[in-house]
Design a protein around this ligand. Structure first.
Ligand SMILES: O=c1[nH]c(=O)c2[nH]c(=O)[nH]c2[nH]1
Length: 300
């Protein structure tokens, strides 16, 4: 039997490129998932192992990040056209390039009726949840309501420093980082009577978003505590609130090998592993939770 190489292409899939425009205090964000591929005369790479014609997928990845700064992202189309042309220039063996871009849209978080300068919520929105538990013997009922998949991001106003260090610590302290999470929050109502559930939900969400946007963050832990305290302050009908918040890490990309500065403008959004920060904010001497959390998994 003899074989010939059929259709083939290669590239780097799903580069999570986050471009922040921060020339003024009012930041802009472009959040992309970029997949690149080249096709053409790459037979030798497959059949003889000779990689001379191959522009590595690692280089394609670097180019995707460098172009987010050097060319910019005014639209997925314009960025993809530029990237695709660059690969044809850089790789003679390529007869074609294919750039696929998915863009995640972000809306500014509203604070006092105004879009915040550097705090955003991902468009598409959250899922509202409730768990109601009833006990026949006592006749009691508990309502635990909340939300999940509320993806929020601050492009500044967040630091992480002064933490414990040991011989395994490599994390650099930072005064300015992206803070992002996909929030799960659940709150227990004091009572099942006299609550306007829809109004309460809408305002608790508003209060949480506003606290996220306006609290300078020294850690996600501090931000969660501020959000929880703000909810308890504004909503006497809420007994306690629990959060589960993955720290969606955004790492600054080193563009210096390409002679390009990166002043907090281009990040790689990593999906795993992630910090998982979980906390309860409750009233001092607050009411007994009874069975409220018995069947609610995933919280400490
Ligand atoms: O907000 C944070 N809290 C942490 O506990 C932590 N740990 C870490 O590595 N980065 C962060 N960020």
């Amino acid at each position: 039997m003899s074989y010939v190489l059929g259709p083939n292409q290669y590239g780097k899939a799903e580069n999570r490129v986050v471009r922040i425009y921060r020339d003024t205090a009012r930041h802009e964000i472009r959040d992309l998932n970029v997949s690149t591929a080249l096709r053409g005369e790459f037979g030798d790479a497959h059949t003889t192992g000779d990689q001379a014609a191959v522009l590595p997928t690692d280089t394609q990845k670097n180019t995707a990040f460098a172009f987010a700064k050097e060319h910019g992202v005014t639209s997925p189309e314009d960025y993809a056209l530029a990237l695709g042309a660059r690969f044809l220039d850089a790789c003679e063996a390529a007869s074609g390039s294919r750039i696929e871009v998915e863009e995640y849209a972000w809306d500014r978080i509203e604070v006092d009726g105004q879009g915040h300068d550097h705090a955003f919520a991902r468009r598409g929105g959250e899922v509202r949840t409730t768990v109601v538990t009833r006990d026949r013997a006592s006749g009691q009922a508990w309502v635990v309501s909340g939300l999940k998949d509320l993806v929020v991001l601050k492009s500044t106003g967040s630091e992480f420093k002064g933490y414990l260090k040991d011989e395994y610590t490599t994390l650099q302290e930072t005064d300015d980082r992206i803070l992002a999470t996909s929030l799960v929050a659940r709150w227990r109502y004091e009572s099942t009577d006299g609550v306007d559930w829809n109004k309460s939900y809408d305002d608790i969400k508003r209060v949480m978003l506003e606290a996220f946007a306006t609290t300078y963050s020294r850690a996600l832990q501090e931000t969660l505590y501020a959000m929880g305290s703000a909810v308890l302050d504004a909503h006497p009908e809420v007994a306690e609130i629990k959060f589960s918040a993955p720290n969606k890490h955004h790492f600054l990309v080193d563009l210096s090998p390409f002679g390009t500065e990166n002043n907090g403008e281009v990040f790689i959004a990593a999906d795993r592993p992630y910090g998982l920060i979980e906390a309860t904010v409750q009233r001092d001497g607050g009411s007994d939770a009874g069975d409220a959390w018995l069947t609610v998994p995933g919280f400490c």
